[in-house]
Design a protein around this ligand. Structure first.
Ligand SMILES: Cc1cc2nc3c(=O)[nH]c(=O)nc-3n(C[C@H](O)[C@H](O)[C@H](O)COP(=O)(O)OP(=O)(O)OC[C@H]3O[C@@H](n4cnc5c(N)ncnc54)[C@H](O)[C@@H]3O)c2cc1C
Ligand code: SF4
Length: 545
């Protein structure tokens, strides 16, 4: 059965803030100049927003530029950020520190990014953008060395790799320009990095894993607009990370915990650090009497300025977090995702003019980025995250020096190391004893995954591929005691006893639980795990994360 082909001027992969902003800008430019331009977005979530997970305190700068009348259009920005608190936690105490300038949130809003994306999708469709949720782009199409679009994956391939009765070939979405907006650690973007050597001469990307829960708290405890960040306990001083607590509307509080994926101890479990955090005496009371309504996790990039790859190639470009525009000291990336989507749209629109059918490189995007406020803000904060490699105190001290004295103008640039290289062997590390969950404030992984509404067609090949299956035990178990059992926030990886297997152990992969955070693709010490898109709209179904 041959693949069906659909032709567009521009195909966008991913309906996050970057992809949606790019599509809207393209249609605005087409309308303004009276040109016809067909734009389509493919989204692997079952609906727009289903795979979006963020904090989120949202800086509206890019939205102001994209849709200046967003208030009148009913954008879901309902809770202005009011109070900012920055706390250092010890096991029993919370000490208030001065809020760093990058973390002041006056003028920002506490939102559900998933809901903002749903609203942006409505705006895009009103302008004529076609959006296809439930379709994962599984393959990049090439034509004469240029990207020529993407193909969605085949449906109805069984666990054994053979076609079932439900077999349907994927669809080829051919485009003159293709924008990749897959978010952090895009699976197709990874292949583009190699194909076009886009990372040559830049630092490795570094990452964090962010875990989040949404709670409904007792009305008396709810303070809409309150923003609290913590550092310190329960993490040790060598591990980068901290928590966020955002009070949004409807008595809801978003609580989350981020751990830098350059952590060293293979026994560390970001999930259990998060659960333990909620039991702190200064935090616990907020959740007592409340109800947890959603859970999820997602990686975020932390490399910033020195890790940004070359952004364009013949036939397309990278936008948003798939390239890596997160501003870590601000803990924000949705405004930069939107703005880079808009900048790429402008470059693409210009490149298409007069290009005929040729798949040209939208090369002006790189220069547009370099001259934009995104570049300005990322350049200024480029040394803060790497300074934390020296530990919490070194990072805080350097951060203060950088913010108050150097004001981001230091003549040096600190560098990054790849996160998969940072683990020490288990024999050299101290095991961590985590408390048992109480089922009220702290929970286990499986009951958590349950409320992420994650669902995958069971009869399909695993979308978590081991490049060399033997290494799961030979290297990961023997040297590191299989850290994937602990860093995976969804309990996908389990090491089971098996007398017939080498060393008496076997790795079981429960791929149907995967919440698409991409941490295993990043942190596996030998880069042996390759995350690829599953069939159709599989994955979490986040309501408003
Ligand atoms: C825990 C956490 C807290 C955060 N807090 C904040 C905050 O408070 N403020 C802030 O501004 N930012 C915050 N961020 C960062 C922010 O969420 C990101 O910067 C932003 O979501 C990036 O937007 P994006 O469009 O590039 O990617 P994403 O939002 O990740 O969207 C990518 C979309 O592409 C889809 N996709 C991916 N691959 C494919 C494929 N192959 N085929 C089809 N579809 C695909 C995905 O399903 C997804 O819908 C936070 C992030 C995390 C993880
Ligand atoms: S299997 Fe990988 S991508 Fe899926 S939830 Fe676990 S760590 Fe994240």
């Amino acid at each position: 059965m041959a693949r069906e082909t659909m032709d567009y001027d521009v195909v966008v992969v991913g309906a996050g803030p970057a992809g949606l902003a790019a599509a809207i800008r393209l249609k605005q430019l087409a309308q303004a100049s009276g040109r016809e331009l067909s734009v389509c977005i493919v989204e692997k979530g079952s609906e727009v927003g289903a795979h979006i997970l963020s904090g989120a305190v949202f800086e509206p700068r890019a939205l102001d530029e994209l849709l200046p009348d967003w208030r009148a259009l009913g954008a879901p920005l309902n809770t202005p950020a009011r109070d900012d608190a920055f706390l250092f936690l010890t096991e029993r105490r919370a000490v208030r520190l001065p809020t760093p300038p990058t973390m002041h949130n006056a003028g920002n809003y506490i939102i559900s990014l998933g809901n903002l994306c749903r609203w942006l999708a409505g705006q895009a469709e009103a302008l004529g953008v076609e959006i296809y949720p439930g379709f994962a782009a599984a393959e990049v199409l090439y034509d004469g060395g240029a990207v020529a679009g993407v193909a969605t994956g085949d449906m109805g391939i069984g666990r054994d790799g053979k076609k079932t009765d439900a077999y349907q070939p994927g669809v080829e979405l051919r485009a003159r320009q293709t924008l990749f907006a897959e978010g952090c650690r895009g699976s197709l973007t990874k292949t583009l990095f190699e194909r076009f050597e886009l990372r040559r001469g830049v630092d490795p990307q570094t990452f964090g894993i962010g875990l989040k829960e949404l709670w409904e708290v007792e009305p008396a405890k709810h303070q809409p607009g309150t923003v609290v960040h913590t550092i310190g306990w329960p993490l040790d001083r060598k591990t980068y990370g901290g928590s966020f607590l955002y009070h949004l509307e409807n008595h809801q509080v978003a609580v989350g915990f981020v751990v830098g994926l350059d952590y060293r101890n293979p026994y560390l479990s970001p999930f259990e650090e998060f659960q333990r955090f909620k039991t702190h005496p200064a935090v616990r009371a907020l959740f007592e009497g409340g109800r947890r309504i959603a859970y999820g996790a997602r990686a975020l990039n932390e490399g910033g300025w020195q890790s940004i790859p070359k952004l364009s190639f013949p036939g397309g470009a990278l936008i948003g977090c798939t390239a890596g525009f997160m501003n870590v000291p601000k803990i924000k990336g949705s405004h930069t995702a939107m703005k880079t989507g808009m900048l790429a749209a402008e470059a693409v629109f210009e490149a298409l003019d007069g290009a005929g059918d040729a798949r040209v490189e939208p090369a002006s995007y790189q220069a547009r980025f370099a001259q934009s406020w995104v570049a300005e803000e990322l350049r200024a904060v480029r040394n803060i995250r790497p300074a934390f490699r020296g530990g919490l105190w070194a990072g805080l001290a350097y951060g203060a020096l950088d913010a108050y004295v150097l004001r981001g103008r230091a003549p040096w640039t600190f560098h990054h190391h790849a996160d998969n290289e940072s683990l020490e062997p288990a024999a050299a590390a101290t095991p961590i004893a985590y408390p048992k969950p109480d089922g009220k404030i702290s929970f286990d992984r499986l009951s958590s995954v349950f409320i992420s509404n994650t669902n995958h067609e069971e009869d399909q090949p695993s979308h978590l591929r081991l490049r060399d299956p033997a290494l799961a035990i030979e290297r990961n178990w023997m040297i590191y005691q299989s850290p994937e059992q602990r860093y995976c926030p969804a309990g996908v990886y389990e090491v089971l006893d098996d007398d017939a297997a080498p060393h008496g152990k076997r790795l079981q992969i429960n791929a149907q639980n995967c919440v698409h955070c991409k941490t295993c693709d990043i942190k596996d010490p030998g880069q042996n795990i390759d995350w690829v898109v599953p069939q159709g709209g599989g994955g979490p179904n986040y309501p408003n994360m």
